[in-house]
Design a protein around this ligand. Structure first.
Ligand code: HEC
Ligand code: HEC
Ligand code: HEC
Ligand code: HEC
Length: 264
C-alpha cells in the first residue's frame, strides 16, 4: 500500500514536470511567433526614417507587415522588402543596411522593383522571412541558391541579356565570356549544343559551391586528382570573372517567356 502511494506520488511529479516543460516550450513558441526577426527590423526602420528623411513623421503603416511582390511568370514571391524597407525610397542612400536605398538608381529605374522583385538578380530565397534563410546562410543541401556575392552579381544580368552586348553595363560578364572563348574551354566542354563532349556541360552550375567551381578552374586536380583538364594558370580574380559568365548559364532560372512578359 505504502509502495503504491509512493509510486503514485512519483508518477504525479513526473506528469507535473512534463506539463511544466510543455508549458514553457509553448510559451517560447508563442513568444517567437509574436516577435519574429522581421518585426524587429521594422521597428528599427522608424528611427532610421526619422534620422534620414523627416524627424517629425512616422513611416507607420508603410513599414509594417510582410511586404511581397508576386512574379507569376517566374513562379516566385519575393518578400525581401519586409526587411529592406527603404529599397525604393529616396533619401536613404546613406542609411545602414538593410534600410538603404538600392544603390545605382539606373538599375532600379530600368528594372522597377514592382515588376522584377529581388531574386531575379540577387537570387536567395524570396519567400523566407529570416535573414539566414532569405540570404541562404543555410546548408547548400537544403538551399542550393544563396544570394550572389556582389563580385559575382553580374552573372544575373546574363540570364536576361546577351553577354556579348553588355561590355558597358556588365563589364565582368562580358569579360568572362571573352575569356571562355579565348581559352579554348569549348574544345572539351559544351554549353547547350555547342562544344566538346569529353567534359561535363557547363550549364546550370549553381548547384555547386562557389569554392568548388573556383577550384575547378584554378586548380583542376584539387577535386579530382586524375583530372585531364589543363591548369591554365588562372588567378582567383580571373577565375571569378569566368565564373560570372558560367553562372549566368542557368536553364532552371525562369521560363523562356519572361522577356515578353517583362516588356509589357
Ligand atoms: C529578416 C530580414 C531580412 C530579409 C527577409 C532579407 N534581408 Fe537582406 N539583409 C538584411 C540585413 C540585416 C542586412 C545587412 C547585412 C547583415 O546584417 O548581414 C542585409 C543585407 C543584404 C545585402 C547586402 C550584402 C550582404 O550580404 O550583406 C543584400 C544583397 C541583401 N540583403 C539581399 C536580400 C535579398 C535578395 C533578400 C530576399 C531574398 C533579402 N536580402 C531578405 C536583412 C534581411
Ligand atoms: C535588375 C537587377 C536587380 C534587381 C531587380 C535588384 N537588385 Fe539589388 N543590386 C543589383 C546590382 C547590380 C547591385 C550592385 C550595384 C552597385 O554595385 O552599385 C545591387 C546592390 C544591392 C544591394 C547592396 C549590396 C551591397 O553589398 O552593398 C542591396 C542591399 C540590394 N541590391 C538589395 C536588393 C533588394 C532587396 C532588391 C529587391 C527589392 C533588389 N536588390 C533588386 C541588381 C539588382
Ligand atoms: C529578369 C530579367 C533581367 C535581368 C536579370 C536583368 N535585366 Fe536588364 N532588362 C530586362 C528587361 C526586360 C529590360 C527592358 C527592355 C525593354 O524595355 O525593352 C532591361 C533593360 C536593361 C537596360 C536598358 C537597355 C536595354 O538593353 O534595354 C540595361 C542597360 C540593363 N537592363 C542592364 C542590366 C544589368 C546590368 C543587369 C544585371 C545587374 C540586368 N539588366 C539584369 C531584363 C533583365
Ligand atoms: C582538355 C579538356 C578541358 C579543357 C580545355 C577545359 N576543361 Fe574543364 N574539365 C575537363 C574535364 C574532363 C572535367 C571533369 C572533371 C575533371 O576531370 O576534373 C572538367 C571540369 C570542369 C569544371 C567542373 C564542372 C563539374 O561539373 O564538375 C569546370 C567549372 C570547368 N571544367 C571549367 C572549365 C573552363 C572555364 C575551361 C576554359 C578556361 C575549361 N574547363 C577547359 C576538361 C577540360
Amino acid at each position: 500500500m505504502k509502495d503504491d502511494n509512493k509510486l503514485v506520488a512519483r508518477e504525479t511529479l513526473k506528469i507535473l514536470i512534463a506539463g511544466f516543460i510543455i508549458f514553457v516550450l509553448l510559451g517560447v513558441v508563442m513568444w517567437m511567433e509574436f516577435r519574429p526577426e522581421w518585426k524587429q527590423y521594422q521597428k528599427g526602420f522608424k528611427k532610421v526614417f526619422q534620422k534620414y528623411i523627416d524627424p517629425s513623421s512616422n513611416p507607420g503603416k508603410s513599414a509594417s507587415d510582410v511586404k511581397q511582390i508576386y512574379l507569376p511568370f517566374a513562379k516566385r514571391v519575393d518578400r525581401c522588402m519586409t526587411c529592406h524597407l527603404g529599397i525604393n525610397s529616396q533619401g536613404l542612400e546613406k542609411a545602414p543596411l538593410p534600410y538603404q536605398t538600392h544603390p545605382d538608381p539606373s538599375i532600379t529605374w530600368l528594372h522597377p522593383i514592382e515588376r522584377f522583385g529581388c531574386t531575379l538578380c540577387h537570387e536567395g530565397q524570396g519567400f523566407a522571412l529570416t535573414k539566414d534563410e532569405a540570404h541562404g546562410n543555410v546548408s547548400r543541401n537544403l538551399w542550393p541558391k544563396p544570394i550572389l556575392p556582389k563580385e559575382l552579381l553580374q552573372a544575373s544580368c546574363g540570364k536576361c541579356h546577351n553577354p556579348d552586348l553588355m561590355e558597358e553595363d556588365a563589364p565582368r560578364l562580358f569579360a568572362g565570356k571573352q575569356l571562355y572563348k579565348e581559352k579554348g574551354c569549348i574544345a572539351c566542354h559544351k554549353i547547350g549544343p555547342i562544344g566538346g563532349t569529353i567534359a561535363p556541360e557547363l550549364t546550370n552550375l549553381a548547384r555547386f559551391s562557389i569554392r568548388y567551381l573556383l577550384e575547378s578552374v584554378t586548380d583542376p586536380t584539387a577535386n579530382d586528382s586524375n583530372s585531364i583538364m589543363p591548369n591554365l594558370g588562372f588567378t582567383e580574380e580571373k577565375a571569378k570573372t569566368l565564373l560570372v559568365f558560367l553562372l549566368s548559364l542557368d536553364e532552371t532560372y525562369i521560363p523562356h517567356e519572361y522577356k515578353t512578359v517583362l516588356q509589357q
